[in-house]
Ligand binder design. Structure first.
Ligand code: PGA
Length: 268
């Protein structure tokens, strides 16, 4: 289903000059790596200068926000609206675990953001993930059942997309990011990530029908240029959400290259 999608979440990094240099290096390399779609999500203060800097950017490179508010404008100190990023940001991450944890974003707020952004034609990368590792190898059925119960990842997805129009689902990507794997170096492993992404796909198709087939499901959590291939080789995983390794140009470019290779069926 189309090109793999690689999203770089720069979080609150790097400095301004490095950010422009990083964007420039990624863009010039993507001129030669076509079979991958890449989204760079810098801190929102950089999106305009980065866009200007990358004016002649390749078609497969887009800019995204890491977060955006569920209103267009108004008295919401410190927030960023997609109206302000119009024509610049094509995507926004929503519900990242760091937003849920440090900024106490609730499922309800996330649901409002998801619906609002999709309505404004911004593609949404919705993040969900469990706090503690599942024991799929020993208790597959009961662990999958728990995912649909309150606090489970399928339950959370359902809540987070409760307010959207079904026709908007094609513009929604789910980033499955086990919280215990984010920024820890303790990546989930290809088989584990693939099993959960498969369950998410089944759930989406059972609950939302045909349109769910167009949705992408990404894995995120300590992805680097050494383990990226093991995720990208999995049929149930359509791409990656990359944090730490997305601000190291060599690593991120290599991840994009691997994605394109896998897409091409080569195995270098
Ligand atoms: P990480 O971050 O790659 O540094 O684990 C992933 C994320 O937070 O999206």
């Amino acid at each position: 289903m189309g090109n793999p999608l690689i999203v770089g979440n720069w979080k609150m990094n790097p400095g301004y000059a490095e950010a422009l240099a990083l964007g420039g290096q990624i863009a010039s390399n993507l001129e030669h790596i076509k079979e991958v779609d890449v989204v760079l999500c810098p801190p929102s203060i950089y999106i305009y200068p980065l866009f200007e800097h990358l004016k002649a950017k390749p078609n497969n490179l887009a800019i995204g926000l890491q977060n955006a508010y569920s209103r267009e404008e108004g008295a919401f100190t410190g927030e960023v609206s997609v109206k302000m990023a119009k024509g610049i940001a094509k995507y926004s991450i929503v519900g990242h675990s760091e937003r849920r944890k440090y900024f106490h974003e609730t499922s309800q707020e996330i649901a409002e953001k998801v619906a609002f952004l999709l309505e404004k034609n911004i593609k949404v990368v919705l993040c969900v993930g469990e706090l503690e590792k599942f024991h799929l190898e020993d208790y597959y059925d009961s662990e999958v059942k728990k995912m649909s119960q309150e606090g489970g990842i399928l339950f959370e997805i359902k809540q987070n997309i409760a307010k959207i129009k079904k026709s908007d689902l094609a513009n929604l990507t789910i980033a499955y990011e086990p919280v215990w794997a984010i920024g820890t170096g303790n990546a989930a492993g290809g088989a584990y990530a693939a099993a959960v992404c498969y369950v998410v796909r089944e759930f989406l198709e059972a609950n939302y029908g045909e349109v769910a087939k167009e949705m992408k499901i990404l894995y995120g959590g300590s992805v680097n240029d050494e383990n990226a291939r093991e995720y990208l080789m999995q049929p149930s995983i359509d791409g990656l959400l990359v944090g730490n390794s997305s601000i190291v140009s060599k690593e991120f470019i290599q991840i994009c290259r691997i994605a394109a290779e896998v897409k091409n069926g080569r195995n270098i």
